[in-house]
Design a protein around this ligand. Structure first.
Ligand SMILES: [Zn+2]
Length: 161
């Protein structure tokens, strides 16, 4: 039986147990901290951003390349796209709204998300995305380990309170 692109796509996604949780892409991650999803097109391959693929699945329409997607949770590898704008972690925007919306960006922030990616340099963001993915691939949805990965805190160096 032929595996469809959406089936293959979702096989790389781990959804958090709560309704508002992120859905984390656990496939390939590029050097900018965002994911890569390859699809076959004719004899060749096409690479897509997982969040755009998820968004297009949710809306059922193709997204023009001029339209940016914004992460309200600010987790680069989150693909939580649904039609209900209040629930979706992804929404359409422009570079301008991207800047304007920064203040609201933590709308879906939670203990393992969001602000921990804010202001990170490209390399750090990439490392953090990969750390988060690797924790989930190894341990499943484990909030403690995910928090540690996102905080960049070594397990051997517990924070002192
Ligand atoms: Zn999210």
């Amino acid at each position: 039986m032929k595996v469809t692109d959406p089936e293959r796509f979702w096989s790389h996604v781990v959804r958090g147990p709560a309704a508002g949780d992120c859905w984390i892409w656990t496939g390939a991650i590029a050097n900018d901290g965002y994911g890569c999803f390859w699809t076959k097109v004719g004899d060749g391959q096409n690479v897509m951003r997982p969040q755009r693929f998820a968004y297009q699945l949710a809306t059922g329409t193709a997204l023009p390349s001029s339209v940016l997607l914004l992460h309200s949770c600010d987790v680069p590898i989150c693909v939580h796209a649904v039609l209900d704008a209040a629930e979706s972690h992804l929404s359409e925007g422009t570079h301008k709204t991207n800047m304007l919306d920064r203040a609201q960006k933590n709308r879906h922030a939670n203990r393992w998300s969001a602000w921990r990616f804010n202001g990170l340099a490209r390399e750090e963001r990439t490392q953090r995305s990969r750390d988060l993915r690797d924790v989930i691939l190894t341990h499943g949805w484990d909030p403690e380990r995910m928090s540690a990965a996102l905080a960049g805190v070594e397990e051997t160096h517990p924070r002192l309170f």
